[in-house]
Design a protein around this ligand. Structure first.
Ligand SMILES: [Zn+2]
Length: 204
């Protein structure tokens, strides 16, 4: 994606941050006393990221963001579950109060939760209740395809929520699906226009 085709400045910041992360030179400063005064009284995040809770996938690091730039909601399998009150409250606040420009569903390779979808009956009750209850399915001919399809399923769920659809229609909100490859650090995004996954250029 060239600079001229970014749907908004928030997505430009995310992908520029990612390129810093990939090169091992993230400009992320994190929270510190000097920065605290600037963000103590307000927040103006440009994006919300929905991520798996996997310890190897840290959205703030992957996008090299500073505090106040993104909101992150994490759960096992990066699900958008309309019955999850915590998720729905976070989404509504992010879209209508914080007015984020993007919601990114961030899936990842080596996601154990996706693999476990095939064997729900063998899992402890707490885990099978979540994975089964949120309606997630293993969909695809390969493991990678199943991970990607899970991301697309969540984008579809997002687009069906009335307050999300309204914001998208008004061009106030952009929905984005991405896949982080743990073993390589590469990032793919789903191009809805071309209906295919494309690796983010790391040198732009
Ligand atoms: Zn995962």
């Amino acid at each position: 994606m060239s600079e001229t085709t970014y749907p908004n400045d928030g997505l430009r910041q995310l992908l520029e941050g990612y390129r810093h992360f990939f090169k091992g030179n993230p400009p992320r400063k994190g929270f510190c006393a000097l920065h605290a005064e600037q963000i103590a009284h307000t927040q103006n995040p440009h994006s919300m990221v929905i991520s798996c809770f996997d310890s190897r996938v840290c959205p703030e690091a992957i996008f090299a963001t500073n505090d106040g730039h993104i909101c992150v909601h994490r759960n096992m399998l990066n699900q958008v579950d309309p019955n999850d009150a915590s998720m729905m409250a976070s989404l509504r606040f992010a879209v209508e109060s914080l007015r984020v420009q993007n919601i990114v569903v961030l899936g990842h390779s080596n996601c154990n939760a996706v693999a476990k979808l095939k064997d729900l009956a063998l899992l402890p009750q707490e885990i099978s209740a979540w994975l089964g209850g949120c309606g997630a399915t293993y969909r695809g001919d390969s493991y990678e395809e199943a991970v990607k399809n899970n991301v697309l399923d969540q984008l579809q769920r997002l687009s069906c929520l009335d307050f999300i659809a309204r914001a998208v229609r008004k061009a106030q909100l952009h929905l984005e699906g991405m896949l982080f490859h743990i073993h390589s650090g590469r990032l793919e995004r789903y191009d809805a226009v071309q209906n295919k996954w494309i690796f983010i250029e790391t040198e732009e």
